[in-house]
Design a protein around this ligand. Sequence first.
Ligand code: 2BA
Length: 106
Amino acid sequence: MKLVFAIVNKEDSNAVSTALTHSGFSVTKLATTGGFLRAGNTTFLIGTEDVRVDELIELIAKTSRKRTHTVSNVHYGDTHYTSFPTEVTVGGATIFVTDIERYEKL
Ligand code: 2BA
């Protein structure tokens, strides 16, 4: 059993969610905020069998896009920041796959 954390752009959130649920994955969606851009994104928690992890990642890859954001006043900690426009590429998705020791539904 694995627990997959997938952070996606909030504009892709519905497409990802629909694709995963249609394929039979159980999904929890969290409204989250990226630490760098301080903009909203979506984090999915998906518990699944080991053999379905590749299929899951493929579905997320198909439904989430890379985007370029131009930002100004990017903060690096409390004291350092850039005040000129900076281009940042975000996504498609950032995915963490973790082992689950025990899974119970009570
Ligand atoms: P943010 O932290 O808002 O980051 C947005 C994008 O800004 C990142 O896109 C990356 O291109 C850039 N970026 C992030 N930190 C940076 C830094 N210290 N210096 C320069 N550029 C930086 P992605 O890598 O696609 O990440 C999208 C979102 O996924 C992130 O939003 C964050 O919420 C999450 N994320 C990415 N990597 C992570 C990690 N290792 N641990 C936890 N969350 C992560």
